[in-house]
Design a protein around this ligand. Structure first.
Ligand SMILES: [Fe+2]
Ligand SMILES: [Fe+2]
Length: 294
């Protein structure tokens, strides 16, 4: 008979996700005001006046939003001096996204965890992917550039969940990924039991983010695994992720050595020469956005 005691009990992936997401929700939740703003904007009955009232209760947030609204990122003519004006010009949804971006920055603070990993490098990578996603979307249809920015910003948030609740697994994954040629998510699944996509999807659904964001956090390493009608934003982030890793922007182990699947580019109708052009625009755009979020 096999010696059952010698075999470590493999935990159910769903249990790992639930436990880790619970841990991160206690330690590093989004500020209450951010969650209230998300709820308010998701409610179709809400008006610009409701949002204005809620934000105006928090002077630090007002200052932060006006700084972002007046940055080169939005390129609006003239100085915007009030939240009301910002909402009128950008819409409720864009203002909500600014609030989320500003409060996310705080979650990525912390020193170096190991020679291969620091939260700061992950933040740099995430901002890079946000900016590149925005550039791609701007070129493809100019519909939702700041939705794309936010999607890029949160795509690897599952790694943040690991940082809070599964730190040893994260350190070991990063160390092994720096030496091995296997896919990062395969190493991660072996070490932790789930990958950062599953953890990220767990967190964004806990935060009640729109479903398109849960597709991004949950599938950005294999966008083609999603049904064609749900994969667009995830495919954009997938491409942006690879560009940032290839360009050495921040934490770069998660798709190290992997080329972009030409099928994804085809699906997006994004020509390689257009992508090359956008990649050249990235450093300057990144500088502007880093200043905005600082
Ligand atoms: Fe990732
Ligand atoms: Fe990434």
């Amino acid at each position: 008979m096999a010696d059952a005691a010698a075999t470590p009990v493999k935990k159910d992936p769903q249990a790992i996700i639930a436990e880790a997401v619970n841990a991160v929700s206690h330690i590093a939740t989004l500020p209450e005001i951010t969650l209230k703003i998300i709820q308010l904007v998701e409610n179709p009955k809400s008006t610009a006046q409701d949002l204005n009232k809620l934000i105006s209760n928090d002077p630090a947030l007002v200052a932060r939003i006006l700084k972002v609204v007046n940055s080169a990122f939005y390129g609006l003519p003239g100085q915007i001096g009030s939240i009301n004006r910002a909402i009128v010009l950008l819409g409720l949804n864009a203002v909500k996204n600014i609030v989320i971006a500003a409060s996310l920055a705080k979650l990525f603070r912390g020193g170096r965890v190991s020679p291969q990993f620091s939260a700061k490098d992950l933040w740099t990578h995430s901002v890079g992917v946000g900016v590149m996603s925005k550039l791609i979307v701007g070129r493809l249809n100019n519909q939702l550039p700041d939705e794309a920015f936010l999607a890029g910003l949160i795509h690897d948030i599952g790694i943040l969940v690991e940082l809070q609740g599964l730190r040893d697994g994260l350190v070991e994954t990063a160390e092994r990924a720096s030496k091995e040629t296997r896919r990062y998510i395969d190493i991660e699944t072996e070490v932790i039991g789930v990958d950062h996509q599953a953890l990220g999807a767990g967190l964004t659904s806990r935060w009640k983010f729109p479903r398109s964001f849960t597709y991004v956090t949950g599938h950005h390493h294999q966008p083609l695994s999603l049904a064609p009608e749900c994969r667009w934003l995830t495919s954009v982030v997938y491409v942006a992720d690879h560009v940032c890793v290839q360009s050495g922007i921040g934490y770069g182990l998660t798709c190290k050595g992997e080329g972009i699947d030409p099928k994804v580019l085809e699906d997006l109708k994004l020509l390689p020469e257009t992508l090359a052009e956008l990649t050249r625009e990235l450093p300057e755009a990144l500088k502007e956005t880093e200043a905005m979020l600082a």
